[in-house]
Design a protein around this ligand. Structure first.
Ligand code: GUN
Length: 292
């Protein structure tokens, strides 16, 4: 069994990006600049955005954090997005999800300039992805592809089962794994809350990508020997014995599933750090695109 080490691979990617940034600096060019908008004070979202800003510093990017109150109106947020769209100094930006209920998420995603949409959530970019055109691929699916590629995990002709059809992970992942090329060329089954007899489906999978958010959902008896198991779950589970009062728990019963798997991602230290590295990669691509 091989652990797909997201900490190591994301560090490698950050080092590669830092080298590119150094070359830009040496030539006197402007370095990439990522902005992030966060609305409200959800603890998990603040942590994720904080990690994104810290990662920018680590590779030499400029970063801007825009914090807006929980009572921000839709129009105030759309104004801020327009400001970032128009600001030539910003190469890419993200609006951290989820948003408070008074704001229509679809309207917000549509307002982001697709050329600066480093999350790859705008329908233009999502459509390009589905049509194999060059674009920003959403960071979490992009990170999973990168892990599979760098560990040389075979995907061609394999049966990939994706659990969860979220717009951020499950849906794009199901498209990407079926695309021509590597990683890709697999036969994909997308499962969700209405899927019947999920164990029958997962136990036929060569590759399982679980993006459900239900701690320890995937048990050893749902997985066949030598399966590749990718765990996208990052649920905070109350744990009085931990200093933070919670532990981050994945969708996969790691202790037992890892005994059967050929490759598996841990939580934490698997897909999570890859998401941040690929957001930086998308920002670098946005910078290069704007320079041309
Ligand atoms: N919320 C959970 N994951 C993500 C992500 O990748 N991007 C944004 N903007 N919000 C998120």
């Amino acid at each position: 069994m091989t652990i797909l080490d997201g900490n190591k691979i994301s560090n490698d990617i950050k080092n590669e990006i830092a080298l590119e940034v150094q070359k830009m600096k040496d030539k006197g060019e402007k370095v990439p600049h990522l902005a992030a908008i966060i609305v409200g004070n959800d603890g998990a979202s603040l942590t994720y955005v904080g990690s994104k800003v810290k990662a920018c510093e680590r590779v030499g990017f400029e970063s801007t954090l825009v914090q807006m109150s929980n009572t921000t109106s839709e129009i105030e947020l759309l104004d801020k997005i327009n400001e970032l769209n128009m600001n030539p100094d910003i190469d890419g930006f993200i609006v951290q999800l989820p948003l408070p209920s008074q704001i229509d998420t679809q309207k917000v995603l549509l307002a982001v300039n697709p050329d600066k949409d480093v999350d790859g959530f705008h329908p233009t970019n999502f459509g390009k992805m589905a049509l194999d055109m060059s674009t920003f691929i959403p960071a979490t699916p992009f990170g999973i592809l990168e892990l599979l590629e760098r560990y040389g995990v075979e995907t061609k002709g394999k049966h990939t089962v994706v659990i969860g059809r979220s717009h951020i992970v499950g849906r794009p992942m199901s498209i990407l794994m079926g695309r021509k090329g590597f990683p890709g060329n697999s036969t994909v089954t997308l499962t969700h809350s209405h899927t019947k007899n999920i164990t029958q489906i997962t136990s036929q999978a060569d590759i399982i990508i679980s993006a459900l958010g239900v701690p320890n959902f995937l048990k050893a008896e749902m997985v066949k020997d030598d399966a590749v198991v990718i765990d996208v779950g990052i649920t905070r589970v109350t744990d009085e014995s931990s200093p933070k009062g919670y532990t981050i728990t994945g969708d996969v019963d790691f202790e037992n599933v890892s005994k059967k798997a050929s490759f598996i991602t841990p939580v934490p230290g698997g897909v999570g750090p890859m998401t941040i590295a690929m957001l930086l990669k998308n920002t670098l691509l946005a910078r290069e695109h704007h320079r041309k």
